[in-house]
Design a protein around this ligand. Structure first.
Ligand SMILES: [Zn+2]
Ligand SMILES: [Zn+2]
Length: 362
């Protein structure tokens, strides 16, 4: 029988309940684990959907639910086998808390592609015993403490503000990983970003810091000022046929973050030969791609989901080096319902809401 300790958390007991302060039980810190006092946890748009069981086709909500996959905290205890962390280290934890660590993908360092599936940070059945809760389902970062296998934590550089780190472990890694895979980290690529919401804004900043030429692509012309302010060199209104024609064959890479139904084929004319379009936004309607459209210009279509642990360390180091710091607004637990309401009504705010854990449980 594993032993547990109690820690306070913001708990939503049922789909219709509101968040309230409660306690949860986590497995005591094991030999491969670090114990972390969580200081800040970003409130992600995914939290809003998952806490209300609106994305059950991807991950069903399991109640009681404690969301949060954008954590930053301080190590307070290390297990006897822990090699990379010591007490007092500033650490971050994101969307993955477990993977088999034995399959070829895990061994290669792509835990997010684990052949038997990684375990999401909350609302997911624990599969590999690398962490524990009394319910057997993961609890996220809206809580005071977590004990986690050291493999799934990264170091937050001293120069980086801890309250802003959380979003890097979600939207940051989600954009960094495909940029790296497509060769943008070497610079000099022409990168297009479709959708200028939270993901898109992060993508523009990262690609610009990689010395790429960045084109922001949006259906709404009123996003132009914001896109240029954060580094976009060009702006294309995708509903304007003339603007699309003018931008023909001007891009090497397109990261498509649009989360409303659309057809990726409409954007392929913007790609030069050998261009790649990566799907990052989850949509319902299937994309229809004629073979010839890809064959004639040797173009490709792929998808990407978060990124590996190594890349997660790379992206926080990269953001520290280039001072890419999300604009954050600190909130406390009693404001969570209001924040969810705000995120529901508008998903393109440049502000990331972050839970101040210490203040919440004072
Ligand atoms: Zn997130
Ligand atoms: Zn694996």
């Amino acid at each position: 029988m594993p032993e547990y300790y109690q820690t306070r958390a913001l708990v939503k007991k049922t789909k219709d309940a509101k968040f309230g302060e409660g306690t949860i039980k986590r497995g005591v810190t094991g030999p491969d684990q670090i114990e972390v006092d969580i200081k800040f946890c970003g409130i992600c748009h995914t939290d809003v959907h998952l806490a209300n069981d609106e994305i059950s086709m991807l991950l069903p909500a399991v109640y009681p639910i404690v969301p949060g996959h954008e954590m930053a905290g301080i190590v307070t205890k290390v297990g006897e086998n822990v090699k990379n962390f010591k007490v007092g280290d500033r650490v971050g934890m994101g969307c993955i808390v477990e993977a088999c660590l034995k399959c070829s993908q895990c061994k290669f360092g792509d835990e997010q592609l684990c052949q038997t599936g990684y375990t999401h940070t909350y609302s997911a059945p624990i599969q590999y015993g690398q962490l524990a809760t009394d319910t057997g389902v993961t609890f996220g970062g809206y809580s005071e403490k977590i004990s986690i296998h050291e493999h799934f934590a990264v170091k937050i550089p001293d120069s980086y503000p801890m309250e802003a780190a959380g979003p890097i472990f979600c939207s940051g890694i989600t954009m960094f990983s495909p940029l790296k895979r497509c060769g943008a980290t070497a610079g000099g690529q022409r990168v297009g970003i479709i959708g200028i919401g939270g993901l898109g804004q992060m993508g523009i900043r990262l690609a610009k810091a990689m010395n790429c030429e960045v084109t922001a692509i949006s259906t709404s012309p009123n996003k132009e000022a914001k896109a240029r302010e954060i580094g976009a060199d060009h702006f294309v209104v995708s509903t304007d046929p003339d603007a699309m024609k003018k931008a023909a064959k001007s891009l090497d890479i397109i990261l498509d973050t649009a989360a409303v139904d659309h057809q990726a084929i409409d954007y392929f004319p913007l790609l030069d030969a050998n261009g790649q379009l990566v799907l990052i936004g989850v949509t319902i309607e299937p994309h229809s791609i004629p073979a010839g459209a890809l064959m004639f210009n040797r173009q490709s279509l792929s998808g990407s989901l978060i990124g590996s642990m190594l890349e997660t360390q790379e992206v926080i180091d990269f953001c520290a080096k280039h001072q890419i710091i999300p604009d954050t607004k600190l909130v406390t637990g009693d404001q969570v319902e209001d924040v969810y309401q705000a995120l529901r009504s508008k998903n393109d705010s440049i502000i990331r809401y972050v839970l101040d854990i210490e203040k919440t449980f004072k």
